[in-house]
Ligand binder design. Structure first.
Ligand code: SF4
Length: 349
């Protein structure tokens, strides 16, 4: 299967069209249609000759929107996309009053990491997305009234387990002929794939790195995140420190608060000791509840107490607001709900 047009750089598009006897500048025109104007359908690229549009339309097509839901406050929109082979992925746009328009993208269909608090993690891994499929999620939100300002790789999948396509997608998003996002406006989240964290550090990009930590000790983290048995906390923190050393950028640690699991004062103290002296920020995220996971968020009082304890110990920490609960905004929820709502096909015997 040929790669999606959205995954090609201007030079690659030039090679494609010159191979068809077209002038090279058409390649850059196509890139600008896709990445600057968010037009994915070649038939709508009106300054291209008809025969070229028809030929481009034979390349692998874009995904199909299955659902687009907007939260009651209008600030969060969730998209369910069906890809060319039937796999379904989610992307979310989150707007803020300050004018930020952050797109959260998936990097894989499904996920192999099996984190116990994550719906996506319960349903296994299907395949890696290619760069075009990753970028398309952003482009589907870029033609609206509000320009895309930030991209976070925090949707379905482990981006650093799909390293090459994640990197390629970031280079496409920052390309000057396209969206031209600043690298500092992109954040990659990882469950702690240590070799890939080190490799990313050595790229010396200015992208942000967020590490899903969720527990301050190996016993608890291994229960929540099986990947911890392969790369324990000590190795994850060393790789994060290396990232800071190579890029000069502060990393963030994500900590999903789960009632009775990882939200005690004692664990807050352990977390503060673990991160003491490190250039980092802790994002506390009360668990987004879902009926498929037998875990709940702590009370607001408990969550605030946890945050205060970290701050009192000198750790920069912020409580994240759960957005879009009315549109199944937690990773994997919309895909699951959509699957359940479909009638089950029964093969004729
Ligand atoms: S939290 Fe992220 S890494 Fe863990 S299972 Fe879910 S998608 Fe995968």
């Amino acid at each position: 299967m040929s790669p999606a047009l959205a995954g090609l750089f201007p030079g690659e598009l030039e090679n494609l069209v010159t191979g068809w006897g077209q002038p090279a500048y058409r390649g850059r025109q196509i890139f600008e249609w896709i990445h600057r104007r968010g037009v994915l359908d070649p038939r709508q690229m009106t300054n291209l000759p008809t025969d070229l549009r028809q030929r481009l339309a034979l390349a692998r097509g874009e995904g199909e929107e299955v659902r687009r839901l907007t939260s009651s406050d209008g600030l969060t929109t969730k998209l369910l996309l069906r890809l060319h082979d039937g796999e379904e992925i989610e992307a979310v746009a989150m707007q803020s009053s300050s004018g930020r328009n952050t797109i959260c993208v998936s990097s894989q269909a499904g996920c192999a990491m099996g984190c116990v608090f994550c719906v996506t993690g319960q349903f296994g891994f299907a395949r890696n997305l290619d760069a075009g499929e990753i970028v398309e999620q952003v482009l589907r939100f870029s033609s609206g009234a509000r320009p895309v300002t930030n991209v976070v790789f925090m949707g379905m999948g482990e981006p650093l387990a799909n390293y090459d396509e994640t990197l390629r997608a970031m280079r496409l998003l920052t390309h000057p002929f396209g969206l031209h996002l600043g690298a500092r406006r992109i954040t990659v989240s990882t469950s702690g794939v240590v070799p890939a964290m080190r490799r990313l550090a050595e790229e010396r990009l200015q992208v942000g790195l967020a590490i899903s930590l969720h527990a301050p000790d190996d016993a608890l983290r291994s229960e929540l995140m099986p990947i911890n048995r392969r790369w324990p906390i000590r190795e994850v923190l060393a790789a994060a420190d290396y990232y800071v050393e190579c890029t000069g950028r502060r990393v963030s640690y994500e900590y999903t608060l789960m009632s009775g699991v990882n939200d005690t004062d004692a664990l807050a103290d352990d977390l503060a000791r673990l991160l003491h002296g490190r250039l980092c920020h802790v994002n506390l995220i009360p668990l987004n509840p879902t009926e498929d996971i037998n875990l709940v968020a702590p009370s607001a009082h408990r969550a605030v107490a946890f945050e205060r304890r970290l701050r009192d110990a000198g750790i920069a920490a912020t409580m994240r607001v759960n957005r879009g609960r009315d549109i199944l905004a937690a990773c994997g929820q919309l895909r699951l709900a959509e699957k359940r709502s479909r009638p089950i096909a029964v093969a004729a015997g």
